[in-house]
Design a protein around this ligand. Sequence first.
Ligand code: FE2
Length: 259
Amino acid sequence: MFRVLLTGDTVGRAGRRVLEERLFDLRQQREIDFVVTNVENAAGGFSITARIANDLFAAGVDVMTSGNHIFDKKEALELIKDEPRLLRPINYVPTLPGSGVWTGEVNGSPVAVINVQGRVFMPPCDDPFRAIDATLAALDPKYKIILVDIHAETTAEKQAMGRYLDGRVTAVVGTHTHVMTADEQILPSGTAYITDLGMTGPHDSVIGMKTSIVLERFLTGLNARFEVSEGDPQLNGLLIEVDEETGRARRVQRIQQTM
Ligand code: FE2
């Protein structure tokens, strides 16, 4: 069995801290072979820096996925050119730097990670369904373990992607809403699925931001500047056991840890 942990959006210092304190033990205790983490909110809620990426790799993250906030810091445009383990969605403007696919060998098994973004209530991007078809068609058939992070707002678009890819990839996991859903499952043809992995970050918040500031915006309509919360750091993710011969998921389990 090959064991993968995918963790939901790492938000700010609280998110980084919980990974630094928990991931090493979790990897050992659960015999996890590979960790994928969404990092688009890792640096103060927006994007990522080289220093933070190094810290997260040191904490036990193997590959980083992202989404709509990845290029909020200009530094990330440079970082992604030199760091193949940091992905941006495959269906972005093709001339942007970086890639939405990582491939490699992990403990003897070829593994691919694909990052794609949804289009419903999201910034404009190309059709994620056609984009993923093209990506899978170009992938060497030796990759049986294929992990897809769909960064998207709506449940329906994420479920549709899960069903579309059922039997073609190992896992389809949603990110972006920062709230973990309780619908983890193995779809009929063997693909692990969850609508949203949730947030690895401060849960005493409104999706990671300080409650008082978010409330001020809702109550007054004025544009107060968001600040990342620090309270109640939690790790949210999905542990998947995979048959490495077929790439099919055998077991899924939600992981929710406090500090
Ligand atoms: Fe997002």
